[in-house]
Each structure stands twice: as structure tokens, then as C-alpha cells.
Design a binder for this molecule. Structure first.
Ligand code: ADP
Ligand code: ZN
Ligand code: ZN
Length: 746
């Protein structure tokens, strides 16, 4: 007798453990790693689960194991490498294995409710009989004969197509089926989100010298995957990065490999996505949030069955189940939208690097303003680096940037709030010339920092080099890195002025000011308040592209990927909001955003101009962005990071404790911190006291956070994960989770 096979199964329950089941001999050919099965569990119940390993052994006596009851046939399985990736994610991001696994499969596929779409197609049952019928048709048989003729011309038509072509009703077709002259068949069809959309085919462009340098490196790395497997492509906007991605994919396809392209937010980058379809046509699957469940199911299946070779999409496209993945491109790798805010709180850029390693795929991280982490990795030799610092068309020059010191404007006669005279004049000139203006203001609702109107002072924590957060209901300023708290002063500690401000204008205010300032101008606003549907976004962009708008006002939504040659002026209304965020990444984020927004100006042949209005004209993020000087910014910022031991010199995790009763949350958090602190050397793993999060209360729940900082957090994460798994049993009312490599400290 054969030794029985044992399947290790992860059940669809958040238990974070495997269960062993026997594989009945009749199922042994069909059960593989990744197969979804149903098994007996508990008292008379059935549960679904995923096979994650198969062996001849079990830690339990084999004769006590239950057997798998059935295979969930209709559902596709995951490739082995993705199961490994899910395990890694569960461990690294401190969540359950089930949660990590669920994340790898779209709900539409996992649920098993969506089936392949079938469509009825009609054929002649017997060509000779049909011909005879047509030839001998009497007057009253004319309609049927016409239908048969159409079917002989277009076999496999649908009922709709037939009635459109012949003008005859469905009853004629039914009668023919009944008479045995026509047969119908249910055939599987794709729900194609691009149905009816035509794309213009493009050919590879002869590379510029910079592009050639990048491509040579890429070819060399794909031929020697055993060396480094990550390339940071640092290229300014318009340097031709996307063209490099396209040609890199072309190379991978020739070698029979598959490729994934991640873009930050797909609805905001339709132009980029279309370039992949234009080059590679039907070999591309585009995964975006606007797909119906049916479309998502079909796209996933096309990837799994090898019908497409390229997947383009936002964060979750990283889990496209390719069998022979050879390239992952992460475009705009510095973008914070790659971080998922729910469990598993993963960063797709970092998981891409891990997936690339697991599957022997090259990973290209592309950006005009790389994250401090990635650039540091390139500088220390962990990643390869190629820089493209010239625009691909040298006749298009970088825009000139002017910094306006708003403090000097404050005392002007007849001053309009939030607008300098220079900006007003510049906009008016564009309107006269028939050119377009973008006004940018990234107003974030909740972050109310304390700022002095008179001297530009921003209240900062003396120990952490981050801005204090203003807590309204206690009238205090507090630092959530080190938990220090002071009373909010009534007057500016720097100049004594009482003109203290806690928030600035938002885009809506700017819009109404524009309406008075620029009468008769055609103005639109683009932010999450006005852009409630993707179709509105398309509509406004269409108007702007056609020149039906003079001024477009927007938040970071307008910072991405838009390419309008007639925009010759970009006004940055108030970048100080971003700089004063109570977060050590404030400078980095502001620099990235300013550089990106500035890149919207002058993409055509009229040179562009950028005007930055600020109270902080000497702030390095603003200065370096104005000079298009990434390296300068990096060199200055990296010193700060090292001094305070922030990433990339350390790893950072935020522990969250949430609950309805503040005292209970606080005491549970304190107990936990005290307990784990005892087990780790303070110098290696620094854990702050729990303190109220800047967003103290959300949906009635009090939130406390503790920040963990250390060069290596491996052992700590392991401990943390074990604690999180058992937490629920001991704490009914306090939720506890970790945000590993947190981007925000809120
Ligand atoms: P990026 O992704 O760095 O912003 P793109 O790849 O979008 O740059 O290139 C910017 C513009 O330059 C696009 O319009 C593109 O078609 C054009 N372009 C890119 N590479 C070349 C090339 N080798 N020859 C001519 N035009 C190019
Ligand atoms: Zn002041
Ligand atoms: Zn502090």
C-alpha cells in the first residue's frame, strides 16, 4: 500500500495556523499546492481552505487525521511562489497567514461566486441540409432561409448579431433550432474592459544616450540574475523612463518571460497605462479599481492561464499570478499610495523587491524623486543605479522657478489673501495669451499645526525635529514621536505676535478667490470633494486638454502624470502646509510633490514658469525643488536622518491601540510596552511610551500609538506577531495592530 499523502491546509478562519488532512487517493492527482479544498472541521461543519504544502508526514498520528472532502474545482489555484510570498508577508507585516493569503487573490476569484461568462452561439447543424432548405424554400419559408444564409456566412454568431444582420426576430431562430437545422452552443467569452476600444500601435523609439545606458544595464542584469536584482532608475520627468520600461518589457517577452508594471493610482495615469496597450496590445491586462467583479475574474484567469504576458495596475497588481515572472517595474516608487492602510499593511514597492528575489525577476524602481530609502540603497550599493537627468527632447527646457516670500507681501496695500501680486499678474498674462495655468494647493484636513503669521515660525518638538501637532480639545501641542506635550501658547514664542494660525485656506477658498480676481476666466477645481466619480475626472481633464479651461485648481490629484503642452504656469499657492506636517518625512514628501508639480509646467515648446508662494523661502525642500536638484536635497536630508536615526538608517514601526474607553486603552498599551521593553535592549530597539495619536478619536474610538525604532527589528517583529495573535483572547475591548515601516505616524 502507498504511504498516505498529507496536505497542510490553511483554513478560511483567522487562526494563523495550519491543519493537516489526508488526501484521499482518488483526489491525489488533482490536489497540488495552492488548490482550494473543503474539509470537515469542528462539529459536523465544512470549511474551505488552501493547500500550502504536501508531504508524507504529519506531527499528528496519521490514523487520526481527517480527509479532504472535495476539491473546489471551479476555483483556480495560486502558484507556489505566491504562497511563499504570502508567508513572508504574514511574518514581516505581523498579520495572520490567512489575511496575507486573502490579499493575494481578488475577492472576485476567492469568493467562487463569479464564473466564467458563457454566451450562446449559433451554428448550422448540417451544411448540406441547410443548403437544400435554402434552395427549395417556399414563400412562407423565406425568413428561415434568410436566417440560414446569414449563419452560413457567419457561423458562431450570437442571437443579437443575427437579428441585427437579418432584421428577423428570435422566433425564427428558435424554430430553426427546433427543426434541427441550427444548433446552439454555450461558449466561454472574456468580459473585456477594453471592448471596442482601438489603440494606435507604437514601435520602440531609437533610445537616447541616457536610455541606452539604462537599457544596457537592464539587459546585463536580466542575463545575470544571480547578481543584484534591483535597479533604481532615477530619471527626471520627461527623461524617457516609460520608454525604457517598454523596451525592457520587449526584451523580457522575447525571452519568454512575464512582466508586471505597478503605477501609483491608475485612474490618475490613464495616459501612461495606454502606452503599454499601444505597444503590446492584447498581451496586456490592465487591473484597476473600476473593473466589475466579472472583468476582474477574467483578467486574473488570463494571467493565470498565460493568455497575457503583462499586467499593469496599482498596488494589488503585484500579485498577478504569472508562472514565469521575469520583470517587475514600480513606477514612481516613492509614492505613498503603494502602502496599504489595512492589514496586511504592506508596501508594494518593498514586497516587489521580495517577490523579485523569490522568483528570479529583475525589479526596476523608477522615479524622478526617489524615496530616501531607495536612493540610500543605491548609494550603498545594494541596488544598481542609472540616472537620466536630461529631458528626452532637449529643446524642451526645464521651467524657471520663482520663490515668492509671502511674509514680505503681508503688508502690501489692497492685498488679496493667499495670492501674491506676482502670481495674480502672471495668471492674468496667461489668460490674455490664451495659455493655461495650474494652481496647486495640497490642503490636508486634519493636520492643524501651529504657525505664526507674522514670522513664519512653526512649533517644533525640540528633541525630534518634527513639527508639534496641535490638539484642539486639550489646547496642547504634542510630539507623537517622543510623547512630549506643552500647552499651546497664545503668542508666538519667536516674535511675540498673537497672529497664530492653525489652518490655512483649502482649494475651495482659492477657487472662489479666483472667480473674483480673474473675472470671465474659465475655472475648474479638482480635489476629492469635486471628483467623486472617475468619469468627472476624465471630463474635466478633457475640457482642460481641449483648451476649454483657463485655470485648473487642484490638490495632489493634479500632480501626477498630466501632460498638457499649453500649461505654461504652475502656481504653488502654499506648500508650507505639507512642510509643517508633524512627521519626519514632511520635507521629503514636500520636495517630491513640489518637484512633481513643477514638472507640469512647460511640457510644450513655450518655456514654463513655476511660482512658489511661501513663508519659508529658505526651506531646503523648497530651495532644492526650485533648482530641480534632487541630489542636493538628498545630501542635506540624509544627514538629518542619520543624526536622528530615522529610516533609512533604522526601521520604524507604529503600534496602534484602539478602543472606546480611553483609560482602558491607555492601560493596556502601557502594560504591553512595559512587558516587551524588558526583553529588548533599549539601544537596539527603542520603544516610545504610548501617547494619543494626532487623530485622537476616530469613529468614537480612542487611539494610542507607540513608535518603535531600531536598526534591525526582526526579533522584535517576531515577538510582536506572537503577541498580536494572542491579544484578542485577553483584551476584548482594545484592538492592537502594528504598522511596519509606517509612512505616517498618525
Ligand atoms: P518619463 O516617463 O520619464 O516622464 P517618457 O517616457 O514619458 O518620460 O518620455 C517623455 C516624452 O518623450 C514622451 O512623449 C515620449 O514619447 C518621448 N520620448 C521618450 N523617449 C524617446 C526617444 N528615445 N526618442 C524620441 N522621443 C522619446
Ligand atoms: Zn512669530
Ligand atoms: Zn519629540
Amino acid at each position: 500500500m502507498n504511504t498516505p499523502l498529507v496536505a497542510r491546509i490553511l483554513l478560511d478562519l483567522a487562526l494563523d495556523r495550519h491543519f493537516d488532512y489526508l488526501i484521499p487517493s482518488e483526489l491525489q492527482d488533482r490536489v497540488t499546492i495552492g488548490t482550494l479544498v473543503s474539509v470537515p472541521f469542528g462539529k459536523g461543519g465544512e470549511r474551505e481552505g488552501c493547500v500550502v504544502a504536501i508531504s508524507h508526514h504529519s506531527a499528528y498520528p496519521l490514523d487520526q487525521l481527517k480527509a479532504i472532502s472535495a476539491i473546489k474545482d471551479e476555483r483556480p489555484s495560486l502558484p507556489d511562489a505566491l504562497l511563499k510570498l504570502a508567508d513572508w508577508m504574514a511574518e514581516y507585516y505581523c498579520c495572520t497567514r490567512e489575511r496575507a493569503l486573502q490579499n493575494l487573490m481578488p475577492g472576485a476569484v476567492r469568493s467562487g461566486r463569479i464564473k466564467p461568462k458563457k454566451e450562446l452561439r449559433f451554428y448550422l447543424a448540417d451544411a448540406a441540409a441547410a443548403a437544400k432548405y435554402i434552395a427549395e424554400a417556399k414563400k412562407q419559408q423565406e425568413k428561415r432561409a434568410a436566417m440560414l444564409k446569414q449563419l452560413s456566412l457567419r457561423p458562431g454568431s450570437t442571437a443579437d448579431q443575427l437579428s441585427r444582420a437579418t432584421g428577423l426576430g428570435k422566433s425564427v431562430l428558435d424554430a430553426l433550432v427546433k427543426a434541427g437545422l441550427v444548433k446552439k452552443e454555450a461558449e466561454q467569452v472574456d468580459r473585456d474592459p477594453f471592448k471596442g476600444m482601438k489603440v494606435q500601435r507604437t514601435e520602440p523609439l531609437p533610445p537616447t544616450p541616457d536610455q541606452k545606458k539604462a537599457l544596457d544595464k537592464i539587459f546585463q542584469m536580466t542575463d545575470h540574475p544571480e547578481d543584484k536584482h534591483v535597479l533604481l532608475l532615477h530619471g527626471i520627468t520627461c527623461s524617457g523612463k516609460t520608454e525604457v520600461y517598454l523596451q525592457a518589457i520587449g526584451h523580457i517577452l522575447e525571452k519568454g518571460g512575464d512582466a508586471i508594471v505597478l503605477v501609483p493610482e491608475i485612474s490618475l495615469t490613464p495616459q501612461t497605462v495606454n502606452r503599454f496597450r499601444s505597444r503590446f496590445g492584447d498581451m496586456v491586462s490592465v487591473l484597476h479599481s473600476g473593473l466589475t467583479d466579472g472583468e476582474r475574474f477574467d483578467e486574473w484567469m488570463k494571467v493565470r492561464q498565460g493568455k497575457v504576458k503583462i499586467a499593469v495596475g496599482a498596488r494589488s497588481a503585484l500579485f498577478a499570478p504569472f508562472a514565469n515572472l521575469k520583470l517587475i517595474v514600480v513606477d514612481e516608487e516613492h509614492e505613498s499610495s503603494y502602502k496599504q492602510s489595512d492589514a496586511p499593511r504592506y508596501n508594494a514597492r518593498d514586497v516587489a523587491v521580495v517577490r523579485g528575489k523569490l522568483e528570479g525577476a529583475l525589479v526596476i524602481l523608477g522615479s524622478a524623486t526617489p524615496s530616501m530609502e531607495s536612493y540610500h540603497n543605491a548609494e550603498t550599493g545594494k541596488y544598481e543605479l542609472v540616472q537620466m537627468l536630461k529631458r528626452s527632447d532637449p529643446s524642451i527646457v526645464l521651467p524657471s522657478v520663482r520663490i515668492i516670500d509671502m511674509k514680505l507681501e503681508t503688508y502690501e496695500e489692497g492685498k488679496v489673501p493667499y495670492f501674491s501680486k506676482i502670481l495674480i499678474d502672471a495668471v492674468r498674462e496667461r489668460i490674455r495669451n490664451g495659455e493655461q495655468t495650474i494652481l496647486f494647493l495640497n490642503k490636508r484636513g486634519y493636520a492643524r499645526q501651529m504657525m505664526c503669521e507674522a514670522c513664519g515660525y512653526i512649533a517644533m518638538c525640540p528633541d525630534c525635529s518634527v513639527a508639534y501637532t496641535y490638539h484642539r480639545h486639550t489646547e496642547t501641542l504634542s510630539c507623537h514621536l517622543c510623547a512630549s506635550t506643552v500647552l499651546a501658547p497664545d503668542e508666538c514664542p519667536q516674535c511675540g505676535s498673537r497672529e497664530i494660525r492653525y489652518s490655512g485656506a483649502g482649494t475651495e477658498r482659492i477657487e472662489s478667490l479666483c472667480e473674483t480676481l480673474f473675472q470671465g476666466a474659465r475655472i475648474a477645481r479638482m480635489d476629492s470633494d469635486t471628483m467623486t466619480r472617475p468619469s468627472l475626472y476624465e471630463k474635466v481633464l478633457g475640457q482642460f486638454r481641449r483648451g476649454d479651461l483657463d485655470i485648473l485648481i487642484g490638490t495632489q490629484m493634479i500632480a501626477k502624470g498630466l501632460d498638457f503642452p499649453n500649461v505654461t504656469l504652475v502656481g504653488i499657492v502654499n506648500p508650507d502646509i505639507g512642510l509643517a506636517m508633524s512627521d519626519f518625512r514632511a520635507a521629503e514628501r514636500s520636495f517630491q510633490l513640489l518637484a512633481q508639480v513643477a514638472g507640469r509646467a512647460g511640457r510644450g515648446f513655450i518655456p514654463g514658469e513655476v511660482i512658489i508662494q511661501t513663508n519659508l523661502p529658505y526651506n531646503p525642500a523648497i530651495q532644492y525643488a526650485a533648482e530641480h536638484d534632487y541630489q542636493g536635497f538628498y545630501d542635506e536630508e540624509i544627514v538629518v536622518r542619520q543624526e536622528f536615526n530615522y529610516p533609512p538608517f533604522s526601521h520604524l514601526a507604529v503600534l496602534h491601540f484602539d478602543g472606546m474607553d480611553a483609560a482602558e486603552v491607555m492601560s493596556a498599551a502601557n502594560d504591553f510596552i512595559e512587558k516587551v521593553r524588558a526583553d529588548f535592549d533599549e539601544k537596539a530597539v527603542n520603544i516610545t511610551d504610548p501617547c494619543p495619536a494626532p487623530l485622537e478619536r476616530v469613529k468614537g474610538k480612542y487611539r494610542f500609538v507607540s513608535v518603535v525604532n531600531g536598526e534591525k527589528l526582526g526579533a522584535f517583529r517576531k515577538r510582536l506577531r506572537a503577541e498580536i495573535m494572542t491579544w484578542r483572547r485577553e483584551h476584548k475591548n482594545v484592538e492592537f495592530y502594528a504598522d511596519i515601516d509606517a509612512l505616517n505616524l498618525i
